[in-house]
Design a protein. Structure first.
Length: 225
C-alpha cells in the first residue's frame, strides 16, 4: 500500500501529520466537527475539521497518531515530496519494516537522520532539499537492499561513514551541496553496483586511489578543496 498525500500542505513531527485537506473534502459549519471521510480506525488516521463559525471548509486537517507508526508490514511506499513538511524525521518510521521507498524530498525538515533508519528494508531513500543537520549515521550501511540514496542539498556535516561501502546494491549516491568534510573513505570503491556518484559542493579533501578500479562507475561529480 502507498501512503501518498498530493497537493497537501502538511507538518510532520513525532508521528503526526497535520494537513490542509483537499478541496473535495467538505464539512458542515460547526464547532470541532469531525468529518465523515471513511477513515480507518485501525490505522489511527483521523480526518478532522475545525470548521467553527466563520471558518471555511478548507480549514481541515489530518491527524496521524503515534499508533499509526507501530503498524508493521503494512506500507510499501511513503511518498511526501514537495509538501512543505516541517519538523524532524521520526525514528518511529523504522517500524515500517516492509517499506520499500521513503521520499521526503523538497520539504523543510530539520534535525538529524535517525540511526534507526538502518533497520528498514528500503530500496530508495530520498531526503534531499531539506534542512537536515548532523552527520550521516553509520547505521545507514545496514541498508543492504538500498539502490538509491539521495541526501543532497541539506546541511549535513562530518565525515562520510566507512560503513557506506557495505551497501552493495547501491547504484546512485547523491551527497552534493552539504557540509561534509574529510577524506572520502576507501570503502566506497568496493560498491560494485555504484554508477552515479555526486559529492560536489562539500568540504571533502581527498578521493581514494581505489576509486580508479570501479568498473561500474559511469558518472562522477566532485569538487575538492
Amino acid at each position: 500500500m502507498t501512503l501518498f498525500l498530493s497537493s497537501i500542505v502538511a507538518t510532520l513531527f513525532l508521528g503526526m501529520v497535520v494537513a490542509q485537506a483537499p478541496s473535495e473534502w467538505t464539512c458542515e459549519p460547526s464547532y470541532n466537527y469531525w468529518c465523515d471521510c471513511n477513515c480507518d480506525p485501525d490505522c489511527d488516521i483521523q480526518p478532522v475539521c475545525y470548521c467553527g463559525k466563520g471558518y471555511p471548509p478548507q480549514a481541515c486537517g489530518i491527524y496521524i497518531g503515534r499508533r499509526f507508526f507501530l503498524i508493521q508490514g503494512f506500507w510499501d511506499y511513503f511518498l511526501h515530496s514537495d509538501q512543505q513538511l516541517t519538523g524532524s524525521v521520526p525514528s518511529a518510521i523504522a517500524k515500517f519494516v516492509s517499506l520499500r521507498e521513503l521520499r521526503l524530498d523538497n520539504n523543510h525538515l530539520t534535525g538529524r537522520i535517525p540511526s534507526e533508519i538502518g533497520m528498514m528494508s528500503l530500496t530508495a531513500l530520498d531526503l534531499s532539499s531539506n534542512r537536515l543537520t548532523g552527520s550521516i549515521p553509520s547505521q545507514i550501511g545496514m541498508l543492504s537492499s538500498l539502490e538509491m540514496l539521495v541526501l543532497d542539498r541539506n546541511q549535513l556535516t562530518g565525515r562520510l561513514p566507512s560503513e557506506i561501502g557495505m551497501m552493495s546494491s547501491l547504484t546512485s549516491l547523491w551527497l552534493s551541496s552539504n557540509r561534509l568534510a574529510g577524506d572520502v573513505p576507501s570503502e566506497i570503491a568496493i560498491m560494485s553496483s555504484l554508477w552515479d556518484l555526486r559529492l560536489g559542493n562539500n568540504q571533502l579533501t581527498t578521493l581514494p586511489s581505489e576509486m580508479g578500479m570501479m568498473q561500474s562507475l559511469y558518472s562522477l561529480y566532485v569538487s575538492m578543496i
